[in-house]
Design a protein around this ligand. Structure first.
Ligand code: AP5
Length: 215
């Protein structure tokens, strides 16, 4: 079989980014992430798309969804050039799920489940490297030297949307828009629910086994 097409779903803070990096490395697929793509283009001019705000920044800092037209275009371009992929952060509503169905097929659909209280702790304590984007946590995944990235020596910062107010809104947006997407995929071939409350290594062991079984 050609390189697998993997979708990873879950609420904000479930560990999608953490586990997608491992999937990409281990299975030799591309990590396609709408969150990173949008963060790299926060100030791009989207006013010609008839949107409420002129850039993605305002949506993201509030924890709201960036308009579908912007995100669909990012994903379509990334998937066209990818052989195998792990898709992280998309689809986040049923219209995006319909778009994705027209773009590609999926071999494995992983759904990470984690309770709300744990998600708030993970997100408000997350620190990311300003240079290479590596993820850390002030309690669960501490760097060797406080404030310094183990991977590249860059500065660790807190994301603009990891404050308590944005996190609460992001979790509400997930419940309203993205939870129905997960329910939609439950009957799809290749759907596997993963207990995301285990240690990162425990989650990874389940994910690796699930992908090996499906592809
Ligand atoms: P995005 O960047 O996709 O954020 P998210 O979905 O909110 O997900 P996160 O990156 O916050 O969490 P994650 O699940 O990747 O967890 P992580 O591995 O980092 O999107 C940001 C914004 O962009 C959205 O709010 C929206 O505005 C916009 N956007 C993006 N896609 C869009 C779309 N399709 N449509 C419209 N708008 C879109 O882990 C979190 C923390 O927990 C880390 O500190 C990590 O070290 C720790 N951790 C991970 N696993 C474990 C574990 N097993 N145990 C303990 N700690 C753990």
């Amino acid at each position: 079989m050609s390189s697998p097409h993997i979708l990873i779903l879950g609420p904000p803070g479930a560990g999608k980014g953490t586990q997608s990096s491992r999937i990409a490395e281990s299975f030799g697929v591309e990590h396609v992430t709408t969150g990173d793509a949008l963060r790299a283009n926060k100030d791009m001019d989207i006013s010609d798309m008839d949107t409420e705000y002129d850039t993605p920044r305002a949506y993201m800092e509030a924890g709201d969804l960036v308009p579908d037209a912007v995100v669909n275009a990012i994903v379509e371009e990334a998937l066209t050039s990818a052989d195998g992929f792990v898709l992280d952060g998309y689809p986040r509503n049923m219209d995006q799920a319909d778009e994705l169905e027209d773009m590609t097929d999926l071999d494995v659909i992983l759904s990470l489940s984690v309770g709300r209280e744990e998600l708030v702790d993970r997100l408000t304590g997350r620190r990311v490297c300003d240079d290479c984007g590596a993820n850390f946590h002030v309690e669960f995944d501490q760097p060797e030297e406080a404030g310094v990235c183990d991977e590249c020596g860059g500065e660790l910062i807190q994301r603009d949307d990891d404050n308590e107010e944005s996190v609460t809104n992001r979790l509400d947006v997930f419940d309203e828009n993205t939870a129905p997407v997960i329910d939609h995929y439950r009957d799809h071939a290749g759907f596997v629910e993963i207990d995301g409350e285990q240690s990162p290594d425990g989650v990874w062991a389940d994910i690796e086994a699930a992908i090996d079984e499906q592809v």
